[in-house]
Design a protein around this ligand. Sequence first.
Ligand code: ACO
Length: 330
Amino acid sequence: MLKYFDYISIVGTGFYVPDRIMTNFDLEKVVDTTDDWIRTRTGITERRIVKDSEATSDLAIKAGAIALKKAGITSKEIDLLIIATQSPDYPLPSTACVTQHRLGLTNAVCFDISAACSGSIYALIVAASLMKTCNYNTAMIIGTDVLSKSVDWSDRNTCVLFGDGAGAMVLKMNIKGRNLLSFDWGTDGSGVDLLKIPAGGSRSPILSSNLNQRQQYLKMDGKKVYKQATKMMYHSVIRALNHAKLQKSDIDFIIPHQANKRIIEAIAKKLALADDKVMINIENYGNTSAASIPIALDEAISQGKIKDGDIVVLTAFGAGLTWGSIVIKW
Ligand code: ACO
């Protein structure tokens, strides 16, 4: 299997989150929870929530426009757009088609992928593969999710965890620096029931009987997901490093999926990484699903946490179960 993408560079990043802030104290008025429980069990202090009128593509367009600007390219130069989302604008057509039109990416072929919180890692790997095989020069991937419209606001086990947002990356062929060195990804479909939205698809369509049982909302076995996430992200990072002939001591900076601060800290401990080598911004945004990694990458860059030549690792885990890691030489 192809595991090397050193011809691909990340030449621009951008993110957008809605203006509306929902703090843990606001949530205390919605469900039986406390700011203290949420902060100590998850690391989250606040999250951003869309307006009723806002949809997933609205966030994607804003993040994409920022990434284009930072990359210094025009919308017409994008050959490929992949959107990673669990919360598309519509079941049909794809959110990528909506975004392409509104962002003016008239020369791009576009589609969505569904890999939950691992979506942006999957999108990067798929984009890099297609750039090689289809000879595309420039691609954009956007991780974007509005899970606030898929969580059950009466279920304290899940509604406190998620936030809305979008993050974008522009990729180019044959530029020196910020190169993807290697990757690892995987899937374990035996974990389908650990984290899912039961209704809204062909198994359980949107019928009043399903809606009455609140089957349109996200359900999660948090404990089992927690254990799998910690294990799988660690092993995936090690495999991706091996493919690049690197070791954990070579990591200069890691950007893990922001699902739970305790999961991030457990992985950092296993990798023997000091705090200043680990990106954590979950306190401000919660778990933004597919948007989490591109948001964290863009923030890490703008906060000067990544230097030229650094070995940077992205790693994620999500429903499916899915996971993936990418090693970048910045
Ligand atoms: N406020 C107060 N108490 C709560 C809350 C809350 N919001 N939620 C749960 N509790 C209670 C539980 O009811 C339980 O009470 P009990 O002991 O009386 O039954 C107690 O707190 C402990 O609950 P646990 O589930 O054991 O809490 P845990 O420490 O496991 O933390 C959490 C729960 C935060 C969900 C954690 O398991 C987790 O982060 N899991 C992983 C989530 C994840 O990684 N998702 C990634 C993929 S997301 C995607 O792909 C879209």
